[in-house]
Design a binder for this molecule. Sequence first.
Ligand SMILES: O=C(O)C[C@H]1C=CC(=O)O1
Length: 94
Amino acid sequence: MLFLVQMQVNIPSSLDKATADALKKEEKEMSQKLQREGKWRDLWRVVGQYANVSVFDVDSNDELHEMLSALPLYPFMDITVTPLVQHPSAIATI
Ligand SMILES: O=C(O)C[C@H]1C=CC(=O)O1
């Protein structure tokens, strides 16, 4: 199952820099692990924003929810999830 996931990161300025940096490092490690596993298929930065557009390939809604809610930056994210199916005119195979 493919999902388009849009994440807007809003780290409050009240969070100290060392804690924010540690969370970003953990987030990077976790996202790269999920990418290597093929679960986090695409990861794109939205130009000019602390935000990304991603595609996840997971087995269920529950799996995606568990994955997203386990992200270190999850408490500071606004997340939008859109389920995807292949477009009938697409020539790419999924
Ligand atoms: O920077 C972000 O967009 C948030 C998050 C997603 C992957 C990652 O390493 O951090």
